[in-house]
Write a protein that binds this ligand. Structure first.
Ligand SMILES: Cc1ncc(COP(=O)(O)O)c(C=O)c1O
Length: 389
């Protein structure tokens, strides 16, 4: 089995597992039990993780809130800002291609009376298709906008947002910027202070860490961010997110990001090379493949992302016919739904094109041999399915 679905999740790196193990087996105290050494030791692990994460993301350690993943982080950021008792503004802005963990929260807030604007992205034909349209964004943000939520990198087509320019547009009107950086953190440099992002969501399982461990960065010291907590109880994490912090998860997410940061310079060209190998060998065997999203050479595209439209068969049929290779049609996060991907239609594809699309995510553990084998298997199965049809 060849794993090429690294946007859905990644294999936890054995070095991350090793770093986590003592926090499951030996240091098992509750990090919030300050009255004994077991608790204090666990707290030290959590604090060290927050410190390391904050350094890598350009913020203060107090800005790091540990969560169960990016879905929870997005909920806390968006609902937290909008529902804070001192929030007077009633307008919120997002982009049509966001993850459901953002879009669904916006829909609920709309039902609660917030005015919502969905800004479109550049469409097929533009070298940066899938990137938010900055002119339309500037028109959408007004003096009543409380929050703008824009992902740093898209999970389906790998489009990378010009996040600093976006931050300027938001702050000019006094709005806060939240970025779901789930697909960006660990893959490209992410500095919340330098980019001036006020709230940032990330999750370890997208960068070779454990599932169920995420963070929300709250504030970058440039301006005040007030959040209404969404999970209440024991008042942990300064009351922002009650519940016992998971020390192994905290250590795991910090260790995972550390490895990505240290190895990014070598990893990036290797990932680019493997994606090129994958696309070139598939294109050599299957005529008429079309890229979804920014051009492969664009600096606005994640190195490992390949999303393309097949000329004659549906993505789901190709996936079923190639059980030896793990890849996906549309977004894995919404694969329970049979609707065509909202991201692919937002860039201008019709329903048939969206259904004929597939996504590959090349990652750290892939090799040249694997890509060669996968391409051979995929080309063969494509031809079989296409002949049947
Ligand atoms: C862009 C984006 N946001 C949010 C999520 C949800 O992350 P999690 O699985 O940690 O809740 C995902 C992944 O599925 C994602 O790709």
């Amino acid at each position: 089995m060849i794993y090429l679905d690294n946007h859905a999740s990644t294999r936890c790196d054995p070095r991350v597992i090793e770093a986590m193990m003592p926090w499951l087996s030996e240091h098992y105290g509750n990090p919030h039990s300050g009255s004994h050494a077991f608790g204090r030791q666990a707290a030290e692990g959590v604090d060290a993780a927050a410190h390391d994460l904050s350094k890598m993301l350009g913020v203060e350690p107090e800005s790091i809130v540990f969560t169960s993943g990016a879905t929870e982080s997005n909920n806390l950021a968006i609902r937290g800002v909008c529902l804070h008792p001192r929030q007077k503004r009633r307008h919120i802005v997002t982009v049509t291609t966001e993850h459901p963990a953002v879009l669904d929260v916006f829909s609920e807030l709309e039902n609660d009376g917030f005015r919502v604007t969905h800004v479109p992205v550049l469409r097929n034909g533009d070298p940066n298709a899938g990137v938010v349209d900055l002119n339309q964004l500037a028109e959408a943000v007004d003096d009543d906008t409380a929050l703008v939520s824009i992902m740093w990198a898209n999970n389906e087509i790998g489009a990378i947002a010009p996040i600093s320019e976006i931050a300027d547009i938001c702050h000019e009107r006094g709005a806060l910027l939240h970025s779901d950086a789930t697909q960006a953190v660990g893959r490209i440099p992410v500095d919340a202070k330098a980019a001036d992002v006020d709230l940032l969501s990330a999750t370890a399982h997208k960068f070779y860490g454990p599932k169920g461990s995420g963070i929300l960065v709250v504030g970058n010291s440039n301006r005040r961010v007030r959040l209404k907590p969404q999970v209440t109880g024991g008042g942990q994490q300064n009351g922002l997110r009650s519940g016992t912090v998971n020390p192994a998860g905290a250590v795991g997410i910090a260790a995972a990001l550390q490895l990505c940061v240290v190895e990014m310079e070598q990893a990036h060209p290797k990932t680019l090379r493997l994606r090129k190998q994958l696309f070139d060998s598939l294109a050599a065997g299957i005529e008429g493949l079309q890229i979804n999203g920014p051009e492969l050479e664009s600096e606005h595209r994640l190195a490992g992302n390949l999303n393309m439209i097949l000329p004659s068969i549906e993505g789901a049929a190709w996936i079923s016919a190639t059980p030896e290779v793990a890849f996906s049609s549309g977004s894995a996060c919404s694969s329970v739904e049979s609707k065509p991907s909202h991201v692919l239609t937002a860039i201008g594809n019709d329903e048939s094109q969206a259904r004929r699309s597939v996504r590959f995510g090349v990652g750290r553990f892939n090799t040249t041999d694997e890509i060669e084998q996968a391409s051979t298997l995929l080309t063969r199965s494509y031809r079989e399915v296409a002949q049947l049809g």
